[in-house]
Design a protein around this ligand. Structure first.
Ligand SMILES: NC(=O)C1=CN([C@@H]2O[C@H](COP(=O)(O)OP(=O)(O)OC[C@H]3O[C@@H](n4cnc5c(N)ncnc54)[C@H](O)[C@@H]3O)[C@@H](O)[C@H]2O)C=CC1
Ligand SMILES: O=C(O)C(=O)Cc1ccc(O)cc1
Length: 366
């Protein structure tokens, strides 16, 4: 008989994990979601094999339980699971963006002899729901695991084997350290992006041109502000202590930037930007992950009519599908002005080869 996997919260992440598991295992995947329409869509798309009638009824039959809803809900679900006679040897894991509070809550499971291993795949997007799920979403991305001190090594290996189809790189981390690091690279940037959008919105109320001109760089650095408000509310609540300290640092940094602007010292302003550029340019370029969720190719094109259709015709002839195409205005920022996105790295490399045969200059990285 197939082993049973329960996915609680069949959204972008839960759905993507279900698809990745299907690549490597013949398991029976059952979905549970408060949003009935979303669950039906997941079943229709064959992301899940069955819709659970209740969390409790399915949980007691499952070999693997993946909690993939917003992080406050993960805590509540752990409480519900702790009341149940779960299957001997079952593994419970989650995909939440915070880990410390979830691991504290999960002690209630460890006390009952149930294996809980915290998890956080460090890739995703601002999209939500089963309709956006992709089996390759986590390819090459880091996938943090936070086992408790009692977790047996063979259980960690078993979970990694379940998740093999994600093709992610697993890293074991301490939950507190996880929250501090994700606080600075993910949660604080989210607050900054949203606050920037709100500042622009308030200017747009008195001047229509603000809305028209909010393009290019502004859209790039604020993309994440279009993510699920519910998910981010929960993350901010759970990582409060790291974020308070980081916001204090941010306010000090902004005071410093303000003093730089006030002084108007050319050398100091240049030094500030060149220091930021140097560090950003030194960051490892991963093929994929939270920073770059799609396979992009940058193409240098001349600003003349018909150039986009020329590029897309070349790709169509080779039967390479695009997932997105965008003109980037800031030429200084990237080695090209047309950004093409593909679903796989193979498509991206095929596109690069055929465009170069046609005389285009292409670049893989920003
Ligand atoms: N969106 C992203 O890029 C990433 C998100 N995460 C984490 O993954 C988790 C899920 O996020 P997404 O899949 O992006 O969100 P999503 O909104 O696409 O999916 C969440 C699903 O959970 C369901 N849900 C909410 N409360 C529930 C409950 N009590 N019982 C059953 N279902 C419930 C919702 O109806 C929804 O379908 C969150 O904890 C988030 O922090 C982790 C990595 C990346
Ligand atoms: O959209 C993006 O670029 C992201 O950064 C997605 C993301 C959101 C939350 C996470 O915990 C991890 C990744």
């Amino acid at each position: 008989m197939d082993r049973r996997v329960l996915i609680a919260g069949v959204g972008l992440i839960g759905g993507s994990i279900a698809l990745a598991i299907k690549k490597e295992h013949q398991a029976h995947i059952v979905g549970f979601d408060l949003n009935e329409e979303n669950c039906k869509l997941a079943a229709k798309m064959h992301i899940i094999d069955e819709i659970a009638s209740s969390l409790e009824k399915e949980a007691v039959l499952s070999d693997l339980i993946i909690l993939a809803c917003p992080v406050e809900e993960v805590g509540h679900m752990i409480g519900r699971l702790s009341e149940l006679p779960l299957k001997q040897g079952a593994i419970v894991t989650d995909v939440g963006s915070t880990k410390e509070k979830i691991m504290e809550k999960a002690e209630i499971l460890s006390e009952k002899g149930v294996t809980f291993i915290g998890g956080h795949p460090m890739a995703g997007s601002h999209k939500t729901g089963a309709g956006s799920a992709r089996g390759h979403l986590f390819e090459n991305a880091f996938y943090v695991l936070t086992p408790s001190s009692q977790t047996e090594e063979n259980k960690i290996a078993e979970l990694k084997s379940w998740l093999k189809g994600t093709k992610a790189h697993f890293v074991v981390m301490d939950p507190k350290e996880h929250d501090q690091v994700t606080g600075v690279v993910s949660h604080l940037p989210h607050l900054i992006a949203s606050s920037l959008v709100r500042q622009v919105e308030s200017h747009a109320q008195t001047n229509d041109r603000v809305r028209w001109l909010a393009a290019g760089g502004f859209r790039d650095i604020t993309r994440i502000a279009s993510s699920s408000p519910e998910m981010w509310r929960d993350i901010i609540i759970q990582n409060k202590s790291s974020l308070i300290a980081l916001l204090d640092e941010w306010i000090d940094e902004m005071d410093f930037v303000k003093s730089l602007v006030k002084k108007g010292d050319r050398e100091q302003i240049y030094h500030y930007f060149s220091g930021a550029k140097k560090f950003r340019d030194s960051l490892p370029v991963r093929a994929k992950g939270a920073i770059d969720a799609f396979y992009d190719l940058f193409v240098d094109v001349l600003d003349k009519p018909g150039v986009i259709s020329h590029v897309t015709t070349i790709l169509a002839k080779e039967q390479i599908s695009l997932t997105n195409i965008r003109i980037i205005e800031a030429r200084e920022d990237v080695f090209g002005v047309l950004r093409l996105s593909f679903q796989t790295d193979e498509d991206r490399h095929r596109a690069k080869a055929c465009l170069e045969r046609d005389g285009f200059e292409t670049y893989l990285n920003m």
